[in-house]
Design a binder for this molecule. Structure first.
Ligand code: GLY
Length: 582
């Protein structure tokens, strides 16, 4: 164990409590302003264009769809529309038109940066306690499996914004590869096969899903061609009438009727009033690197920058490997605690984003970290759970030869959302309402707790963990992000640290992961992430350390090195994706 000591070893837990009080006061003063289109930020310098374009996504056919659009004269923003639509077809576990997410943009010509918030919002008829019973207790499954679990989708509005403001091809052109995949079919992959197998019982009982994905109630063999004619017709409707037609007229009425007949509460007005928003991305700095990520209502950018700010105060390079991991775990713990206490939709609650991402605040947090002891999560004042990881949510990264970049993390929440389809549309319903705090301190499906800031309200956006990111250091730029629910923030943090240390995209994608999310107060790790000596050393500090079960995340990373002129695109070896460089 290192003999180096942080100043916290001279401090007591009272300091932590005082810090929290100070934080609460500061929260009143430093509310994050609501960012709109006019606030989109410019990167300090517009960079020279790369010699290659690159796309990394969770499915080879989605990466190929994006490349097809680049070859047809589209830019990275058109390619992002094409990849989003193709993923909805070939990776229906991860995302879909009935979902939402965040698109982080960088325009090569002038360095403009923007975060497109296509997060779902709660229907107008949603109420704060809608998932609680008469005794005020959560009704099991209601926020995950019922039609009430579905928020109003944002993905088509986000795609429309990308196409209209930043793209150069027609929506019909960008949707064409996805329409072909839905109509002509694609070979069932092992990953989708396994996901279908896990939901086989539910799907066999639902003719809407069964006719698209099963054969006589059973999951077909890997390689079987999967055709989705109803999804193809929905995509063709959008290609003909524009992506906005998802929210108006005939299709909107069908969606609302389909949700209501399953007991949901969507209205035509909910869809008509939905808007994707452009917000100013969050920008932080870590040991000479510039880090850009998504602002609230995603917690990803705040938590990533907060954790990096804490780690910048600690001597990561000059200590033994396990103390380094201990510091990272303690930074994760504190960033996730603040996520739980403070973060929610900034259009509804005062989010102290400027405070949470300030280096002064991080200095206080770093001072509360001892090198020889874990901080019990229940000693950090907060709200008062296991993280799960499956094939839910998806991320893709795009770089074109003009230097335009997209990092997009889009989601239905859990795998296939609620697993319910809207009749005749080929669309799965998201179960994103579970990302709200349905009751203070009650963990959601990812074991994450929340409080008032993330309580349900009509047309409020539920807090997300997605962390699409650009990181620039010296001549190198990384575009990255991942699915993984509550695990996302930690794994993008590890990716950022590895990038800053000079690792390649392939090394970053393959590196084993460990995680802490404040509650439950447990360090989880992938095989090989911690040696037995390191596990023993963390336990000796007071940590509870548990193997994480299966591996997690599906990081899609592009690294562009201006000095060597190389562009590298790496799909996470845990998934079945593909990085393409052209
Ligand atoms: N639905 C997962 C997230 O947005 O965090």
């Amino acid at each position: 164990m290192s003999r180096w000591r942080t100043s916290a070893e001279r401090a007591s837990s009272i300091v932590v409590r005082m810090m929290s009080l100070a934080a609460l006061l500061a929260a009143q003063l430093l509310a994050l302003p609501v960012a709109r289109a006019a606030d989109v930020a410019a990167a300090p310098t517009a960079a020279a264009a790369p010699a290659h374009a690159a796309i990394a996504s969770a499915h080879p056919l989605a990466s190929a769809a994006g490349m097809e659009i680049l070859h047809a004269g589209g830019n990275a923003f058109d390619a992002a529309v094409a990849v989003s639509a193709a993923l909805a077809v070939v990776e229906p576990t991860g995302s879909g038109l009935t979902g939402g997410g965040f698109y982080l943009l960088h325009r090569g010509s002038d360095g403009m940066e923007s975060a497109v918030d296509a997060r779902e919002y709660a229907p107008a008829a949603a109420t704060r306690d809608m998932f609680l019973d008469a005794k005020g207790e959560p009704v099991p499954g209601l926020s995950m499996e019922s039609a009430l679990a579905a928020g109003i989708p944002g993905e088509p509005a986000g795609m429309a914004l990308l196409a209209k403001r930043y793209g150069r091809l027609s929506v019909a052109q960008s949707l064409a590869p996805a329409i072909k995949l839905a109509r002509e079919g694609f070979p069932l992959s092992a990953r989708l096969h396994d996901a279908l197998q896990r939901s086989q019982k539910q799907f066999a009982a639902d003719p809407e899903v069964a006719r698209n994905f099963l054969r006589n109630g059973a999951v077909p063999a890997v390689g079987t061609i999967i055709r989705q004619p109803e999804l193809a017709a929905t995509l063709e409707h959008l290609a003909r009438n524009g992506l906005e037609s998802f929210y108006h007229g005939e299709l909107a009425e069908r969606l609302v009727a389909g949700v209501r007949e399953q007991g949901g509460i969507w209205s035509v007005a909910d869809l008509a009033e939905y808007r994707a928003l452009e917000r100013a991305p969050l920008v932080g700095h870590y040991r000479g690197a510039r880090v850009v990520s998504a602002p609230p209502p995603s917690s990803g950018g705040v938590a990533l920058i907060e954790a990096l700010n804490v780690l910048e105060q600690l001597p990561l390079a000059n200590i033994d490997a396990v103390t380094r991991k201990h510091f990272i775990i303690e930074a994760m713990r504190r960033a996730h605690r603040d996520r739980a206490v403070y973060l929610g939709d900034p259009d509804f609650v005062s989010v102290p984003g400027a405070m949470l991402t300030s280096s002064d605040y991080a200095a206080g947090l770093a001072a509360s970290i001892r090198s020889d002891r874990a901080t019990p999560s229940n000693s950090l004042p907060g709200v008062g759970a296991g993280a799960s990881a499956g094939p839910q949510t998806t991320h893709f990264s795009v770089l074109d030869r003009e230097g335009n970049r997209v990092a997009a993390t889009i989601t239905l929440n859990f795998g296939f959302g609620s697993g319910r389809m809207i009749k005749g549309t080929g669309l799965f319903l998201n179960n994103e309402m579970d990302d709200f705090s349905i009751k203070a301190g009650v963990p959601n499906g990812y074991g994450l707790v929340g409080a008032e800031a993330n309580a349900i309200a009509p047309h409020k956006r539920m807090l997300s963990s997605v962390t699409p990111a650009f990181v620039e250091k010296g001549d190198r730029t990384m575009i990255t992000g991942s699915p993984g629910g509550s695990l996302i923030i930690g794994l993008v943090l590890l990716a950022t640290l590895d990038f800053v240390d000079g690792h390649s995209a392939a090394q970053i994608a393959a590196a084993p992961r460990f995680h802490h999310q404040y509650l439950p107060d447990v360090v989880r790790y992938e095989p090989d992430a911690l040696s037995s000596d390191e596990i023993a050393a963390l336990k000796a500090r007071g940590d509870t350390v548990e193997p994480g079960g299966r591996r997690w995340g599906n990081l899609q990373t592009i690294v562009w090195d201006r000095a060597s002129g190389t562009v590298e695109a790496a799909a996470d070896p845990r998934g079945e994706g593909e990085g393409l460089v052209d």
